[in-house]
Write a protein that binds this ligand. Structure first.
Ligand code: IPM
Ligand code: MG
Length: 364
């Protein structure tokens, strides 16, 4: 029995989650696994219900789950709510309180979508980058974090970028371990030319790299990394970086593949010393897309691919994970497209039809 806690969130989150729920039901019905499902509220819908971006009761359920499957949060409806309870605060609390420090963001270009990329086909075809983003430290959480009134008509805003060596060490080791299972190359991106946290980042990364002599290790400045990602993205295998740079670079990497609507992510905690289990949250990289919410046209692929990552990383169900990823790829090869990845001459389908096609292919 595996406990899944579903947090569909806001906007298209609920629509794409509904498709993954169909898949989970099918997996249970066929006896491939026994998933127990519970559901909660996060983001704007949680604020509407309890005045908080996630309630303590739902945090407790998240804490007890084997994996959290997360949709998306936010929307213009909540633009004016107090900063502490804005929809994003729910996601940040989950990451921080569950210690989900390792954020894995693969950017894979499905061959049949290479033309949907804003870059030329030859630059992105076969692209397979894994961005490993530090997720519980840095400027997202550093204190002080405040705006003070200087009393002279001016205000001062402070965010604090702070990293301790253990935080850098553990995320670099996640990157090196993953590189061993793929292209055996790691780029570590920081701004050591202007930031002390970057100097420490690079120092710790180099020390960790010594334990991985089989991995080709490179330092890269984060701004150069952004440039190289759009110049020649296939030079990268695994890129490890801090919370803020990882946020930015992973959006850039994601778009190389044609659509933000395609990409999954996993956020993992440290393995429990006794059971070896990691707390984990799986979510699409895209947001709640309020502009298309409720229209039934959202692309559910990133949500399915996020569930595939859950099968792989939380439950060791590698065969089922591969089967799901292959089903996604096959459906794209057949020419099925949602509006965000529409191609000339190809019919577009809605969320439900895309879900049905992936389910059928998966079950075949
Ligand atoms: C992401 C998002 C979040 C972040 C937002 C929603 C807080 O952009 O997961 O990349 O900045 O981390
Ligand atoms: Mg982001």
């Amino acid at each position: 029995m595996h406990k899944l806690f579903l947090l569909p969130g806001d906007g298209i989150g609920t629509e794409i989650m509904a498709q993954v729920e169909r898949l989970i039901e099918w997996i249970n019905a066929e006896g491939h696994a026994e998933f127990e499902i519970d559901r909660g509220l996060v983001g704007g819908c949680a604020y509407d219900a309890h005045g908080q971006a996630i309630s303590d009761a739902d945090m407790a359920k998240a804490m007890a789950a084997d994996a959290i499957i997360f949709g998306a949060v936010g929307g213009p409806k909540w633009d004016a709510v107090p900063y502490e309870v804005r929809p994003e605060a729910g996601l940040l609390r989950l990451r921080k309180d569950l210690g989900l420090f390792a954020n894995l963001r693969p950017a894979i270009c499905y061959p049949s979508l290479a033309d949907a990329s804003s870059l030329k086909r030859e630059l992105v075809e076969g692209l397979d980058i894994l961005i490993v983003r530090e997720l519980t430290g840095g400027v997202y959480f550093g204190e002080p974090k405040e705006i003070t009134d200087l009393g002279n008509g001016q205000k001062r805003a402070v965010d604090t970028q702070v990293y301790e060596s253990y935080e850098i060490d553990r995320i670099c080791r996640v990157a090196f371990d993953l590189a061993r299972t793929r292209g055996k190359k790691v780029h570590s991106a920081d701004k050591k030319n202007v930031m002390k946290s970057g100097v420490l980042w690079d120092e710790v990364a180099h020390i960790a790299a010594k334990d991985y002599p089989d991995i080709e290790f490179h330092h890269i400045l984060a701004d150069n990394a952004a440039m190289q990602l759009v110049r020649n993205p296939k030079q990268f295998d695994v890129m490890v970086t801090d919370n803020l740079f990882g946020d930015i670079l992973s959006d850039a990497a994601a778009m190389l593949t044609g659509s933000l609507g395609m990409l999954p992510s996993a956020s993992l905690g440290a393995p429990d010393p006794v059971t070896g289990k990691r707390k984990a949250l799986y979510e699409p990289v895209h947001g709640s897309a309020p502009d298309i919410a409720g229209k039934g046209i959202a692309n559910p692929i990133a949500m399915f691919a996020s569930f595939a990552m859950a099968l792989r990383y939380s439950f060791g169900m590698v065969d089922l994970a591969t089967r799901l990823e292959t089903a996604i790829s096959a459906v794209l090869d057949q020419g099925l497209r949602t509006a965000d990845i529409a191609q000339e001459g190809k019919e577009t389908v809605g969320t439900e039809a895309m879900g049905t096609a992936i389910l059928k292919q998966f079950a075949a």
